[in-house]
Ligand binder design. Structure first.
Ligand code: ADP
Ligand code: ADP
Length: 212
């Protein structure tokens, strides 16, 4: 299945993508994770995009589109994938449309109030990308990754100023993709407000996956 997970930052796309990818045996492709990996490893790409990610603005379309094009050519993506955080603009969606025929676009719906709660409490394990929430999905030991015991961090763009900016960027540049995909008959709305297990159950049902 070739899918896009669309929705505001913090809606739970990454959390659900990890579970669906595992259950469906398809790769989870997060452009945000790819950028953060490059920043951490101080690659040329990482140096170019660090300030952009910290501010919550979008990386230029040309850079992002090329990255996704390369990633989708890998063998593991031949039979399906979950794109998480891409496309975020109409030109990105147009470019993706030239690369592949999508089966579904899942529209994660969540109010701004809940988005802010989720982003401000999000903590990540930088090495693996594992994601926690201080209230909704806490690690077994406070501040430590469950698997490695290494420290969890707050992303720079999950701090208050950047959150506001990211929501504006989402509204202006990404939200138009809802109509874009709805008019093409690809969109399915998903209420993302329930607990992680309940959102997953709804998603698994929708995609015809066995529950994990
Ligand atoms: P979240 O999961 O919180 O929505 P992401 O991890 O998807 O955030 O993205 C983090 C940042 O990476 C974005 O704020 C943006 O700077 C950059 N980014 C990720 N995907 C894209 C994209 N498709 N186009 C442009 N910039 C992107
Ligand atoms: P996105 O990839 O859309 O930016 P994440 O999957 O990173 O969102 O989730 C944002 C934060 O919300 C994380 O801290 C995550 O643990 C938490 N979270 C995810 N799904 C839910 C949910 N259904 N209920 C409560 N918190 C959630």
């Amino acid at each position: 299945m070739k899918m896009v997970f669309l929705g505001p930052p913090g809606a739970g796309k990454g959390t659900m993508a990890v579970r669906v990818a595992d259950a469906a045996g398809i790769p989870h492709i997060s452009t945000g994770d790819i950028f953060r990996f490059n920043i951490k490893n101080e690659t040329e790409l990482g140096k170019k995009v660090k300030a952009i990610l910290d501010s919550g603005e979008l990386v230029p379309d040309t850079v992002t589109i090329e990255l996704v094009q390369d990633r989708l050519q890998k063998d593991d993506a031949a039979n399906g994938f979950i794109l998480d955080g891409f496309p975020r603009t109409i030109p990105q969606a147009d470019a993706l449309g030239e690369m592949v025929e999508l089966d579904r676009v899942i529209n994660f719906e969540l109010s701004d109030v809940e988005v802010v709660k989720r982003l401000s409490g999000r903590r990540v394990h930088p090495g693996s990308g594992r994601t926690y929430h201080v209230l909704f999905s806490p690690p077994r030991v406070e501040g430590k990754d469950d698997e490695t015991g290494e420290p969890l961090v707050q992303r720079d763009d999950d701090k208050e100023e950047a959150i506001k900016n990211r929501l504006n960027v989402y509204r202006e540049q990404t939200q138009p993709l809802i109509d874009y995909y709805r008019s093409r008959g690809k969109l399915v709305d998903l209420d993302s407000a329930p607990s992680p297990d309940n959102v997953y159950a709804a998603l698994a049902e929708l995609l015809g996956l066995k529950r994990a």
